[in-house]
Design a protein around this ligand. Structure first.
Ligand code: DX5
Ligand code: ZN
Length: 223
């Protein structure tokens, strides 16, 4: 089983204290920084953008986990600063399958890890069309676009089904990243179901309480 990684959702971080938060992430060996990018079309919200990613890369060596909730990602990858050690997720639902194949290929071509993101209503079997092209799947456990939502019913079963699908094909090195309402009660259940990358926001480490204490609490629940 892949070791658990924590990817804090920066849309949930206090922008007026961001530099200190990044230092705390570094002190606590946080593995990834989850950047939600939204275009107001694929999801009914706007969020973080290319300059935000650029500034982050200049500020810290923690790899970026860029979650593209945008239409036609293939045409827009060029404006994002990502490369070796970074992760980029494109949504299956955001373009034609052919263009999603090309977008994943472009991400890999720049040395980053390509992930296929799937919404709660997309069958997990969809990923079978992309095996060999991805390092993992970003399995949405809420409908994308907003923090503070409740996990969609059936999400744990989807994680189990996806992990089974990977294991049956000898792909136990493929990651399952979960995004949405990853709280202290659900995180261990998601881990047991087969998830290994946890997008954490207002539901846990970026919610109430001391950040370092929250991270320690989440780590103890995941290991
Ligand atoms: C959905 C967002 C949220 C957020 C996580 O598009 O990506 O899932 O990052 O925040 P909480 O913990 O509030 O769900
Ligand atoms: Zn996200």
């Amino acid at each position: 089983m892949l070791k658990p990684s924590i990817s804090p959702s920066l849309m949930c971080a206090d922008i007026f204290n961001l530099r200190n938060i990044i230092r705390d992430f570094e002190k606590n060996s946080i593995e990834l920084l989850h950047i939600d990018v939204m275009d107001g079309v694929f999801v009914p919200n706007f969020c973080l953008g290319t300059d935000y990613c650029r500034r982050l890369k200049a500020e810290t060596s923690i790899p970026l986990d860029i979650h593209l909730m945008i239409t036609q990602p293939l045409d827009k990858l060029g404006v994002f600063p990502f490369g070796e050690r970074d992760m980029v997720s494109v949504h299956f639902e955001s373009d034609t399958p052919d263009n999603i194949h090309k977008a994943l290929e472009t991400v890999r071509g720049r040395g980053a890890e390509a992930f296929l993101a799937v919404n709660p209503d997309t069958p997990v079997e969809t990923v079978l069309g992309f095996m060999g092209e991805i390092s993992g799947v970003l399995l949405m456990t809420v409908y994308p676009g907003f923090a503070g939502q409740k996990m969609v019913e059936g999400s744990l079963e989807r994680i189990t089904a996806l992990r089974k699908l990977f294991d049956e094909r000898g792909c136990d090195n493929l990651s399952i990243e979960v995004d949405g309402n990853v709280n202290y009660e659900k995180a261990p259940l998601m881990r047991q179901a087969g998830a290994d990358i946890f997008v954490v926001g207002t539901s846990s480490i970026l919610g109430p309480g001391d950040l370092t204490d929250n991270i320690s609490k989440m780590r103890s629940l995941l290991n």
